[in-house]
Design a protein around this ligand. Structure first.
Ligand code: MLT
Length: 326
């Protein structure tokens, strides 16, 4: 057989091998849906799109974001938990959907500690107390005085029972001993629009959503609920600096797959997530928004499973007590 024929046969063989590998279904063979259980434009959506963008490059298939809002994120997570465990439906959950929900939804259709294959933590998100730009207070002290004096005349935005903005809002209200009127949105992206339109008064939201509008002086930030200030918001005092003890809380967002997803698939997904968190451009996008990057040891599926278990145990008594004062 002449050299050309040999070369052609070899390349055909390689071609068949590649097709063979594809045919064997080397995951992923097609785009992957990542369900975001809140409206587009909110913190969960923003984090999903940032990490999903780099994960797509590593996996060689597009991660397509599908926003499925409702019931504080539990509608979308319920749907994702019931999807085929084939790696083609994953989700971005968080401290609300996978921490608070069991305490607030007696008939919740999933158990955060049992019904998922954890993939990994994506970003920590400190909570910031923000208000509309013309809110009649110049600092946290004045804000607290006004909110206490005006009770349910003041309205607080949140993204549905069990969302991060809702659970941290309940926590904040219990510390302040106030009962604002709660206004529900499909996510804190839409809630932020109303805050900027001065049609809702305040909310406790994740920094990655509100940082750009604080930096742009379009809303007021009274304090950040962490022990240290955020590098992304150096002029925003901590709650302690601003004179409020007892309100320190950070949320987190993490990637999950349905229970039963094969380990070779969850390993590929975790590998892609870890590579995203190691990518300079991806890190910068998250850090510029005030996101907190997980430490290496926090990026494993096992670490996420432990976090979910501890968060359900932590928030259940707090929220059951808090909702009693509702
Ligand atoms: C969102 O993405 O809208 C938020 O995560 C909602 C929330 O949890 O408050």
């Amino acid at each position: 057989m002449n050299k050309l024929a040999i070369a052609l046969t070899a390349s055909l063989g390689l071609g068949f091998a590649a097709v063979g590998a594809q045919a064997q279904g080397a995951y992923p063979q097609r785009p992957i849906t990542m369900i975001v259980p809140f409206a587009a434009g909110g913190p969960t959506d923003v984090i999903a799109r940032i990490v999903g963008d780099h994960m797509s490059r590593t996996l060689g298939q597009q991660i397509v974001i599908e926003n499925v809002a409702g019931a504080g994120g539990t509608t979308g997570i319920t749907r994702a938990s019931q999807a085929q465990p084939d790696g083609y439906t994953i989700m971005m959950g968080h401290m609300g959907t996978h921490g608070a929900a069991p305490a607030l939804y007696p008939n919740l259709k999933y158990d955060p500690t049992k019904d998922f294959a954890p993939i990994g933590l994506a970003a920590g998100t400190p909570i910031v107390i923000v208000a509309r730009k013309d809110f009649p207070a110049a600092d946290l002290k004045g804000f607290l005085e006004y909110v206490k004096a005006n009770g349910d005349k003041v309205n607080m935005a949140h993204a549905g029972v069990g969302s991060v903005s809702h659970m941290t809002g309940i926590f904040f209200s219990s510390v302040m001993k106030t009962k604002p009127t709660m206004v529900t949105y499909s996510g804190t992206g839409p809630a932020l629009n109303d805050l900027m339109a001065n049609t809702v008064d305040y909310m406790t939201d994740q920094i990655v959503n509100v940082a750009p509008q604080i930096q742009g002086n379009n809303i007021k930030a009274f304090a950040i609920a962490t022990a240290q200030r955020s590098p992304a918001l150096p002029n925003v005092p901590t709650t302690k600096e601003a004179g409020l003890d007892g309100f320190e809380v950070s949320a987190w967002n993490a990637v999950f797959a349905p229970k039963g997803t094969p380990s070779e698939i969850t390993k590929k997904l975790n590998d892609a997530l870890v590579k995203a968190l190691g990518d300079e451009g991806t890190r910068k996008r998250l850090l510029d928004l005030g996101g907190v990057l997980p430490a290496d040891a926090e990026r494993t599926p096992e670490a996420l499973q432990k976090l979910v278990e501890s968060e359900v145990a932590r928030w259940t008594p707090v929220l059951k007590a808090g909702t009693k004062t509702e």
